[in-house]
Design a protein around this ligand. Structure first.
Ligand SMILES: Cc1ncc(COP(=O)(O)O)c(C=O)c1O
Length: 392
């Protein structure tokens, strides 16, 4: 058998037989993507309102992206960071153009959790302190260090004890944060908008206060923009609060589907990291860097930041305008939208999938929309028609 020749039952059987049972799987196999759409193994079309958890920011099978990666594959795919690379150099220049002021050093890796892992290690080395303060409902990844910062017991409990030691405080509670940070805190680690936890935006005052508390107690502020990066109408969601973190991590959308993680830090933090104490074989390969270059250029040149801010705002208004008694609250920014229901979200997710729309959950009661930024009026109309028929 070759790829493409399997039917759904055969695909399901092989995955069930050979994978650990880690995921509650939906009963379709996605085999092809085209722009804002996905297609399953029976040829059924879906509107993609999730972009693989926020990854496929330019949609699927983007011609420019595919051509650039093909060319890079035919030129040089892999290359360790102990050698210089023209493609890596160009990506670093691109990143410098969108980096928050003062974040001048960029460590490239392969995933979100790896970007968080580097951030935690850098913060511990730079401050000489062991601990983290993070937020309840916060999500930072599944490697042991990133998992220590993740709040939900569902993810943590089976793997305890975890290092490093992380205290979890109520999100958006200035006093709780101030009370938790002490002279053993290496860093405060926060998502500017909590994604996995239910699309909860941090208030600007909370982020400003986190900045002040970190600075006054000698701790660092780490912004986790792995999910928020590039989709809230600007490269970084934290910029809206005027706060500049000491470290900013991103991943997901940066490679538009090619795995890449980025940990940005200040010169001072970078200077504190001894040579040879962190690294990765695959990170910052020419192929990964090319993927990120094409993505960043497309975001800038195709005006995606302004367009997604406007489309996201209109979409939130239209969802709220459905006037469904099932909806508790609509929140988010740009193309990161949460629709909190008064009931569990799974039946609604299922109904949307049956209507040909793929949406994610975020926590038990929130529908999470992370559409590709290539959505236009037409896709918004299609989503609203489906949502209206199900939520009314
Ligand atoms: C805010 C945040 N941090 C970290 C991660 C972990 O990223 P990855 O799954 O690439 O390891 C995620 C993934 O969902 C995330 O949303």
């Amino acid at each position: 058998m070759t790829v493409g020749a399997y039917d759904l039952a055969q695909i399901q059987q092989l995955e069930t037989d050979h994978q650990p049972p880690l995921y509650a799987k939906r009963a379709i196999a996605l085999v092809r993507g085209e722009g804002p759409c996905l297609f399953d193994s029976d040829g059924r079309r879906y509107l993609d309102a999730m972009s693989n958890y926020g990854v496929a920011i330019l949609g699927h099978a983007d011609a420019e992206f595919a051509a650039a990666l093909t060319e890079q594959l035919q030129t040089l795919a892999t290359g360790h960071q102990s050698f210089y690379s023209d493609v890596r150099a160009e990506l670093l220049r691109e990143i410098a153009e969108i980096a928050p002021t003062g974040l001048k050093r960029y460590f490239l890796s392969n995933s979100g959790a790896e970007a968080v892992e580097a951030a935690i290690k850098f913060a511990r080395v730079a401050t000489g302190r062991p601990n983290l303060v993070a937020a309840k409902r916060g999500y930072h990844g599944r490697t042991l260090g990133a998992l220590a910062a993740t709040a939900d017991q569902k993810y943590r409990a089976p793997f305890e004890p975890l290092a490093p030691n992380a205290t979890h405080v109520s999100f958006n509670d200035v006093n709780a944060l101030a009370a938790a940070v002490d002279d053993q805190t290496a860093a405060i680690l926060l998502e500017p908008i909590q994604g996995e936890g239910g699309i909860w935006p941090a208030s600007p005052e909370y982020l400003q206060s986190a900045r002040e508390v970190a600075t006054s107690r000698g701790a660092l502020l780490i912004a986790d923009e792995i999910q928020t990066g590039f989709r809230t109408g600007a490269p970084w969601a934290i910029s809206a609060s005027g706060v500049v973190p000491d470290i900013l991590v991103t991943a997901k959308a940066l490679g538009n589907g090619f795995p890449i993680g980025l940990t940005m830090c200040t010169e001072a933090i970078s200077a504190a990291i001894p040579a040879g104490t962190h690294g990765t074989t695959f990170g910052a390969s020419p192929l990964a860097c090319r993927a990120a270059i094409v993505t960043l250029r497309a975001l800038r040149e195709r005006d995606f930041y302004a367009r997604s801010a406007a489309l996201g705002a209109a979409l939130m208004e239209r969802v709220a305008g459905i006037g469904s008694t099932k909806v508790r609250q609509v929140r988010g920014r740009g193309m990161m939208i949460g629709v909190e229901l008064k009931e569990r979200v799974t039946p609604t997710l299922r109904s949307l999938q049956e209507r040909g729309v793929l949406v994610l959950p975020a926590g038990p009661t929130t529908l999470r929309l992370l559409p590709p930024l290539i959505w236009e009026e037409q896709q918004a109309d299609e989503f609203i028609a489906a949502a209206e028929s199900i939520l009314r």
